[in-house]
Design a protein around this ligand. Structure first.
Ligand code: UGA
Length: 443
């Protein structure tokens, strides 16, 4: 099939590449000419395991191309995906200007039956707005071209994006048009292993499904962080509690890891946007507000622990930070807990020496050159001359450090672990003070 994708961010680029991999002819459109040129050369601007070789191969074999030129790209596609960003507005609701701008462009150029598929995470009712925008442009052109709008949210995770896209656990298709549903069934057939993974529903339900999924996962995390905080007060170990409850299949082991809070481009934004949507229709989404509030508090936990350890005086101290990305296997620092920690440390007059396997360039881009941030190339380099080690991201490289070496490099032997990577007994046996999240001794 011939496919056009607007937006070469995470969702657009991964979806386009996976559709090309399945034999479709895909053209990706982006307004950023520099990015398009890089992609044509096989230079993928994001760090995503497995993506770059797939982009290079499909581009070389003629199934995947990149352009800034919308008109021929729209003429190419029988199916046109919208996968552009929906950043939060000032009040937390999703900003639809990019989605609607693409809808306008589509309306300006289509000249045969086209399926417009929205993959961006958008508030309920956006499919109607996209439909109206396309229809309005067709009216202005004085033409009557048939089209359908489908809501087809994406559920891929950064770091596992290619795998999630190639082996989805469900494909949500929101549409009231049988014709569009049948075409998408064909397009997605190669992704339907063993049994049909397509869940067909109306547009609004599909749009809400995306928010509900992310809000549910964020809720699990905040719930567990709340239990961690209670555990600290009552002298229990949340890691044991986690194992104890995860064994119940109705609860499950996924997404119940307490920590320094969730970050990334999705959970914080989507929980807020869903709360705004609810508010806009007169419903007070109390649970979502609490999920956000708990997460906000959690992002300050590492600083609070350090501050307590050093009796509220961090001025002139140096803290080694392991992990800057919002989670492992990505270089993405959007809403990362590391940012809150570093900013609080700087405000308190402390210095940061940070190591991340992938996100150093991103940190440099965000913070520029500054005296109180030293980015190092090896985990142990971060410890030199540091008073404490804070772990913010659970990269594999941090899982089993040489605690003796850590101890000998730190000026004061203390680890503040925002991801509960270690057995407290082992760290303490090595002669280091150890604070985890919800481990009964961190108050
Ligand atoms: C999330 C969802 O998991 C995807 O299903 C969804 O498609 C995506 O958002 C999206 O809407 O595009 P992502 O933001 O890439 O994916 O990352 P996650 O793996 O979900 O992690 C989010 C955050 O939660 C990370 O900061 C992670 O450290 C934190 N987390 C996760 C915890 O603190 N505890 C856990 O148990 C799990």
């Amino acid at each position: 099939m011939k496919v056009t994708i607007f937006g070469t961010g995470y969702v657009g680029l991964v979806t386009g590449t996976c559709l090309a991999e399945m034999g479709n002819h895909v053209v990706c459109v982006d307004v950023d000419a520099g990015k398009v040129e890089r992609l044509k050369k096989g230079d993928v601007p994001i760090y995503e395991p497995g993506l770059e070789p797939m982009v290079i191969r499909n581009h070389a074999e003629g199934r995947l191309d990149f352009t800034t030129d919308a008109a021929p790209a729209i003429a190419h596609g029988d199916v046109v995906f919208i996968a552009v960003g929906t950043p939060p507005d000032e009040d937390g609701s999703a900003d639809l200007q990019y989605v609607l701008a693409v809808a306008n462009t589509i309306g300006d150029h289509i000249d045969r039956y086209t399926i417009v598929v929205n993959k961006s995470t958008v508030p309920v009712g956006t499919a109607d707005r996209v439909r109206a925008a396309v229809a309005e442009r067709l009216k202005q052109r004085g033409v009557d071209v048939p089209f359908d709008v489908v809501s087809n949210p994406e559920f891929l995770k950064e770091g596992d994006a290619v795998e999630d896209c190639m082996r989805p656990d469900r494909i949500v298709v929101g549409s009231s048009s049988e014709r569009a549903i049948e075409r998408l069934r064909k397009l997605y057939a190669p992704f339907n292993r063993n049994h049909d993974r397509m869940v067909v529903m109306d547009e609004r339900s599909a749009e809400l499904t995306k928010y509900a999924a992310n809000a549910m996962l964020a809720t699990k995390i905040s719930f567990m962080n709340e239990i961690a905080n209670i555990a600290e007060h009552v002298g229990a170990d949340v890691e044991l509690v986690r194992r104890g409850i995860g064994a119940d299949p109705r609860i499950g082991y996924h997404f119940i890891y307490p920590g320094a809070g969730y970050g990334g481009s999705c959970f914080p934004k989507d929980v807020q946007a869903l709360a705004r949507t609810a508010h806009s229709v007169g419903y007070d989404a109390r649970l979502l507000g609490a999920v956000e509030a708990v997460n906000d508090g959690q992002k300050s936990r590492l600083f609070a622990l350090l501050s307590k350890h050093f009796d509220g005086n961090l001025k002139g101290r140096t803290v080694a930070v392991w992990g800057l990305a919002f989670k492992p296997n990505t270089d993405d620092m959007r809403e990362a807990s590391s940012r809150r920690l570093m900013e609080q440390l700087w405000d308190a007059g402390a210095q940061v020496r940070a190591f991340d396997p992938e996100a150093s360039d991103e940190a440099r881009r965000i913070y520029g050159e500054r005296d109180d941030l030293v980015l190092v190339a090896h985990p142990y380099d971060a410890l030199e001359g540091a008073d404490a080690l804070a772990i913010v991201t659970e990269w594999k490289a941090f899982r089993s450090p040489d605690f003796q070496r850590v101890k000998s490099l730190l000026r004061t032997p203390v680890i503040v672990d925002g991801r509960n990577l270690y057995d407290p007994a082992i760290v303490e046996e090595a002669g280091l003070a150890y604070y985890g999240i919800g481990r009964g001794r961190s108050l």
